[in-house]
Design a protein around this ligand. Sequence first.
Ligand SMILES: [Zn+2]
Length: 319
Amino acid sequence: MHNDLVAALDIGGTKIAGALVDGSGGIHARAQRPTPAREDGETVMGAVAAVLGELRRSPHWLRVAAVGIGSAGPVDASAGAVSPVNIPGWRGFPLVDRVRRATGGLPVELVGDGVAMTAAEHWQGAARGYDNALCMVVSTGVGGGLVLGGRLHPGPTGNAGHIGHISVDLDGDLCPCGSRGCVERIASGPNIARRALEEGWRPGEDGDATAAAVAAAAAAGDPVAAASFERAAQALAAAIAATATLVEIRIAVIGGGVAGAGEVLFAPLRRALQDYARLSFVQGLVVAPALTGTDAGLLGAAAAVSPRLRGGAAATAAG
Ligand SMILES: [Zn+2]
């Protein structure tokens, strides 16, 4: 079969991953490089080119119809440019044009990583079968994306659904984005850990002071650790309820490292949603952990390529 594959790129602050993905989510080749995030822009592009070069050496490359990119944000899909916060060498970097040239002129589609994860969850994960969904990544930062009316909703610049920078605390702490009281400022892993330490929680003998260690302490009954997760859950619930009220989502899917805390996060989150999601049409909102795991970025980058560009490839991802 020809033109049935999408070359997917997942670009983050620590690694650049690539794969050839078929219409069922099957992966036919992989390549990966560490992101030289502290180097200049051309060096970072060199790592992208190395990943693409390795994929091009696959015998399956001839079947590739289009390239899908999910990148750390902010992205500007309308300009084909990216400015990832954690890759300072790329500011307004013309990634779409450079990838098009590196692949012999293939069509290229760019979305933010939160939108890519959402496309993956809608295609293969917990949001499958839902026409209206919010998917979130809660880890070092908090990102997200929307499925509305059965279709991915990236927005004009590829950033729609970026729920981490909705304010849920009007006079709250300054956020690096410039606003105050953002969801990310309360619910990201580093902020969960920071708050627990400020309130008197102390790491165990291994010195691990990450959100995962706070989650383990909470699961073991530490009230300060549990309170930090409850506060994060409250922020997430307020943002999810706001989203549901605005656009009538039926499910909120949560992935990322912090979601690995399991019921330490999900139990208070479901309770807090009872407090914030009050109107009749937002009650009964489903909250579920993400299912697509480490390949979410690659599957999502493939799924986010519009049917117009990809021809027959990944056709089932259009849903
Ligand atoms: Zn913010």
